[in-house]
Structure formats: C-alpha cells, structure tokens
Design a protein around this ligand. Structure first.
Ligand SMILES: [Zn+2]
Length: 684
C-alpha cells in the first residue's frame, strides 16, 4: 500500500473514531447554536431537603420544577465536604488529591483543566457570580479562580465595625441572582457559561422574611426555601428570555451540612451522607431525558466532563471524572480500538476526603470509599457501614467484618495512588491581610495559617487525633468563629477557653482568643494569647504578624520588632508590616534601620504620607536635614492641611541655617495645628 493510501486509511480511521466519540455529544448538541451553560452551586445544601429527592418539607418548588425537565441523580456524592476543594473538583473535574486545592489560599495551578478557561477557548462568554468572599479571587482566597472568566462578580471586603456581613463578606441569594440577571440582560451575542453560587444555607441560618418567620423553628430549612425562591427568579428569567430551552443547566451543592449528625454541627470533619450526599440535576438542551432518574452513584468530579460532553467539547485528558451522558443514553459497547465513549461500570467506587481536621486543628485526615452497599471510612479508627441495612451509618462493622474493611482499605489506597498528583503541592500564599478577611468568617479555623499547615497536612495524612473523638471541640470552635463574627465576644471567649481546656495545644484557639481580647481592648490578655499561639506554631508567618501587630498596637515597640522582622524576612512584599516595623524602629530610637524600612516602602508606594513624614523626621533627628527636605515637602503636598510636615520642615531648615524658611514653615504648621491632630503614620 502506498504511503498516501496508508495516510488516507489512517485519517479515515481517525475520523471514524472521532465520529464514534462525538456521536452522543452531537446527538445532544445538534442545534446550530452551541448551548449555553449555567452552573448553579448552592452551598451547604443537604440532599434530603430537596423535594425532587423525596423531601416532603416543600422547600424547593422551583428546583422540583427544574428537576422535572432534568436528569436527576439520586446518589450524587461530593468529593470533599468543604467549599474550596469541592468547588475546585466541580470546576476542574479532578479529585482533591489531584488538584490539591484543599483549603482557601491554596492557588489553583495553571496546569489544571478549568471549566471557564476551556469554554472561553471554545468561544463562550464566561461569567461568575459568587455569594461569598471565600470564592473571591481578588481577596487572596480563591487564588486563580478568575482564570478564563470574562466577568467575575465578587469584590467582597472585610466587615467594618457596625457593618452588616451581607454588605461585606457575603451576599444574599437575591443579590447574587440580581447581578447575574443584569449581566444576562446585556451579555454579548454567542454562547455563554454562567456560574451562579449561592451561599445562604451556610451558617448562620438567617433567611430574610417571609422565609425567616415561616421557618423560625427550622432556620436551616428557611435558607433552603429562600435560595430556591431566588433560583426561581433566575430560571423564570431564563425562560422569559428564551434562554432556557437551549441551555445546559447543572445544579448541585458543594457539600451538605451535618446539623448534629454523628455529633457534627456544621461540615468539614466527617464524610457521612449528611455532608457528602448532595443534590445534582442536569437539564439538557431540548429537555432531553427530562424526568429520568439515575440511581447509580456519581460524583461531583463527573460534572465537568458531562457538561463538556453535552456541548460537544472534547474532555481534556487530565480530567478524572467521567461523562454521565452514557448513563442516560446507554451506548453500544466501546469500540475495540479504545474509543472513549464508555459506559460507567455498574459499581464505580466513589471517593471523598477531608483535610479540614488536619489543617485546622492538627488532627487526622479522613478518607472514604462508597462502593456497592458499603461506606468505608479511613481514619485513625476506621469505620465500615452497610448502607443498605443501615442507611444512617450507625452500626460500624469494621471489627466484625474485618476482611471487607481490609479489602476496601486496599481499594482506597490503590485509588488514591492512581489519582493523586505527583510532584510538589502548590504552595499556599501566606498573607496576613487575607487572613484578616477570612477572620470575618467561620472558615478562618481551617486557614489561619494554611501556608504552614499545608505541608504538615500532606505529610501527616491519616494519624493523630481522630476527628470522631474531637468533634465537640470542632463544634465549639465553629460556633466561636460565628460569635466572633457577630461581635458576641464574651460568649466566644467562653467557648475558646473550653476548647483550650480540652486540647491545651490548640494554637488556633489561642489565636482566636487573641483576636477576641484585641476587640475588647484587653491588650495584655491579647498579647498573652497571641504569644502562646506563636509558641505552639513557631514557624507561622501569620501568627508572628498578629503578635507583632498587637504588640505594636499596645505600644510595646521593643517587643514588636523581632516579630515584625520575622514577617518581613519571610514575606518581603508585606508593605503594611514594613510600615509597622519602620515605626517600631523609630520609636525605639533605631533610626538607621527605620530609615531603611521607610525607603523600601517609598520605593513601591511613593505617595505614602506617613512614611514620607517618618523618613523626614528620622533624617532630621539623625542630623541629616538636607535629604529630609524632599520627603517632608512630599508629605506636606500629600496632606496640605496637616501641620506636622511643616513643623518638622521648620526644624530641618533651622538646622540648615535657613531661618526665614524655618519661620515660614513653623508659622504655617502652628496655624494648621489649630485644626487638630493629623492622621498617624499608618494611614495612607
Ligand atoms: Zn461550601
């Protein structure tokens, strides 16, 4: 056969192959215009609250209506009971052990497949509307999440004193939906990918009226009903604008909420169904397969490949989940040539894991495998449940069915080995200012110092305290976080001290105690608590920063210096710390290092009023009046109504023998001083 012919045959084979692969996708996406894609994630939402999954509470009329036009997955499982890793799994189609975004501040690396980036490359307009600062890439938290998005509607900020958290760190569902609708009304022509994230069911449960009043005795349910009503508005508008019909709509939650199940109040520590079994709906263009219910177990890791398959886009190789379309429209057996249009195996094990306990409290990681009728949980004390006979997972069989547990343990190990990423884990970004933002939320516990605990977490894996034995502390800390957020400081302090009494090396509790005492202006107590946290975690940049800051605020500049020096050595770009350090040097009469710090700050922030003033003042004190003139003049021009630059300028001119200039500046300074004090050196 000639070379040309061989090439032709090979091309034909490739085409045949491609046609087989794309057959199902094309069948589903055969319309001329590529379907729009709307991804809806409702945070912290339990599967058992959904009408379409059998709840008779009547909380979800809008989602139930959507379910009637969708495929319903009755056994969908989250891969992690925590917002950052679970959303990363949804958006990358990879397992937590692969994407490694186990916590806030761990960057999403550029080599990972990422839904918006893939879709943008295929001509989609992309927009995200998120409900919480924890998914805000511009605040040092969801680092890298902006990749591929034309619009990322977040821009949250720390709660200011007296400010409502709904105006700062999170948004009500109605506001998120309103922003999404505003974008929809003017989105450019062409297909779009829109991600809408609602945060409301996350603690605290305080739905607005009428839901707040109607569900007074079940406030969590009120949040679910409220979120459903907001989604109703979104879905109605899609229908009204004619965008519903040709859209793929995928709705799910990132994880559930324990509400006391197995002793856990919130989510993050455990892998039982309360937090891992999640709602999952998929509406396809033209309502194909509407009303179909799939009972086989599926994972959130399957969402991205399913969406891509549904719109006819090739699934990147790194994606680890499987397209679920095969389950809806069973296809012929895979071709012998290894075509990828495979059907899911009937008993596909579903893997989940959590490192929350390790990262937040130094306990053990927990991993699980759901396979057949079994739920196997790997922890220092492993567990095994027969979910058919014991759906609430109340009777641990790991001792009586040791052989089964052993087998599942080796399956789990093999699965992890096969799916984990080799090579270095992405380094979380130590960022004291982002920590302050997180401190406004209950999530702080997991991340007060993820930069430091990430390595420890990875190294530690299974071992140490079993979260089952520690859950009481986890609940107290979760509640203390909330009490801190709403400034119920005395109550928070009681819970923090209770936690410390139970686990004396709980550095995070000391760190939070330090925050609470600072808010109460109990500086000696705050310093004591902060010192203890540093003693327990001596490598933590964030803890040194907090200790340095509280020492600075209590005017113990001498003690603040070594803490701040530690921070700038590890994080030279923390300009706020350089300013604290410059002032601390200056106040302890170390003028040369103070001047050096000022110069570092002014090299990147030349308009910083306080630093110009401090530099000028220290140069005058050092007997160098000439070089003091430019920064002092600059300070005077930045704040023309401030008296201090003029008074220091007067001293400088006096030392230079320029008496007329000195007199003029002093007179001006004295005149301005009548108006009261000017801002301190920290203010810009
Ligand atoms: Zn979440």
């Amino acid at each position: 056969m000639s070379g040309d012919k061989l090439l032709t045959m090979s091309l034909i084979r490739q085409w045949v192959c491609l046609i087989v692969v794309c057959f199902a996708a094309r069948a589903l996406a055969e319309t001329a215009v590529p379907p729009n894609i709307i991804l809806i994630t409702v945070d912290t939402t339990r599967a058992d609250r959904m009408g379409f999954l059998g709840s008779d509470l009547g909380l979800t009329p809008n989602l139930d209506a959507l379910a009637r036009q969708s495929v319903v997955f009755t056994h969908a499982y989250s891969q992690a009971p925590f917002t950052a890793p679970s959303h990363t799994t949804i958006l990358t189609g990879t397992y937590p052990q692969f994407h490694q975004v186990e916590d806030f501040q761990v960057p999403l690396t550029k080599d990972l497949p990422f839904a918006p980036a893939i879709l943008k490359a295929h001509g989609y307009h992309t927009a995200a509307f998120v409900g919480s600062i924890v998914l805000d890439p511009f605040q040092g938290l969801a680092i890298g999440y902006e990749r591929g998005f034309d619009t990322y509607d977040s821009h949250f900020h720390m709660t200011r004193p007296g400010e409502d958290h709904y105006a700062a760190t999170d948004r009500r569902a109605a506001v998120v939906v309103e922003h999404a609708l505003a974008w929809l009304s003017k989105h450019p022509p062409g297909p779009f990918f829109m991600w809408v994230h609602l945060y409301d069911p996350h603690f605290p449960y305080e739905a607005p009226d009428p839901f707040g009043t109607r569900y007074k005795s079940a406030p969590y349910d009120g949040e679910i009903a409220y979120s459903d009503s907001a989604l109703g508005k979104l879905l109605d508008r899609l229908r009204a604008q004619g965008l519903f019909e040709n859209s793929v709509i995928a709705m799910m939650s990132d994880h559930g909420e324990s509400l006391g199940d197995h002793g856990e109040e919130f989510h993050g520590f455990f892998l039982y169904d309360a937090t891992i079994h999640v709602p999952l709906l998929l509406k396809l263009p033209g309502d194909r397969f509407a009303g179909k219910r799939i009972d086989s177990p599926v994972g959130l890791v399957d969402v991205l490949p399913t969406i891509l398959h549904a719109v006819g886009i090739e699934v990147p190789q790194e994606v680890q989940g499987e397209s679920l379309l095969a389950m809806m429209a069973p296809e012929p057996k895979p071709a012998a040539n290894g075509s990828t249009a495979t059907a899911s195996p009937p008993d596909r094990p579903l893997y989940s894991e959590t490192e929350y306990g390790v990262r937040a409290y130094g306990w053990s990681a927990v991993r699980s495998l759901r396979t057949g009728k079994y739920l196997f949980i790997e922890a220092p004390r492993r567990e095994l449940y027969d979910m058919l006979a014991d759906p609430k997972a109340e009777h641990d069989l790991s001792a009586s069915s040791k052989a089964v547990a052993d087998t599942l343990q080796s399956q789990l190990d093999a699965f992890r080995l096969k799916t984990k990423k080799n090579g270095e884990a992405p380094v979380p970004v130590a960022d004291p200012e982002a920590q302050e933002k997180l401190a406004a939320l209950g999530y702080t516990a997991a991340s007060e110092d993820s930069a430091m605990t990430a390595a420890a977490a990875a190294a530690k894996g299974i071992g140490g305290g079993d979260p089952k034995d520690k859950i009481e502390i986890g609940n107290w800390m979760g509640e203390a976080n909330y009490l801190l957020e709403v400034s119920r400081l005395d109550e928070a302090i009681v819970l923090l001290k209770k936690s410390i009494a139970k686990q004396p090396d709980l550095w995070i509790a000391y760190a939070k105690l330090g925050s609470a005492e600072t808010y109460l202006h109990n500086f000696p107590e705050a310093v004591k608590a902060r010192r203890k946290s540093v003693e327990l975690m001596p490598d933590s940049v964030n803890l040194h920063y907090e200790l340095g800051k509280i020492l600075f605020e209590s005017q113990d500049y001498e003690s603040a210096v070594p803490e701040l020096e530690f921070v700038v050595a590890k994080m030279p770009e923390s300009w706020k710390t350089h300013i604290f350090l410059a002032i601390s040097y200056s106040r302890t009469n170390r003028l040369l290092p103070a001047i050096a710090e000022c110069q570092k700050v002014l090299a990147v922030m030349p308009e910083q009023y306080g630093t110009n003033l401090l530099l000028g003042r220290d140069l005058v004190l050092l007997g160098n009046p000439e070089p003091a003139l430019p920064p002092l003049t600059k300070a005077a021009s930045i704040r023309p109504r401030a008296s201090e630059p003029h008074l220091v300028l007067a001293d400088a001119y006096e030392k230079l023998g320029r008496n007329a200039d000195a007199e003029r500046e002093r007179a001006l300074g004295n005149r301005l001083a009548v108006n009261g004090p000017t801002p301190g050196p920290i203010e810009p």
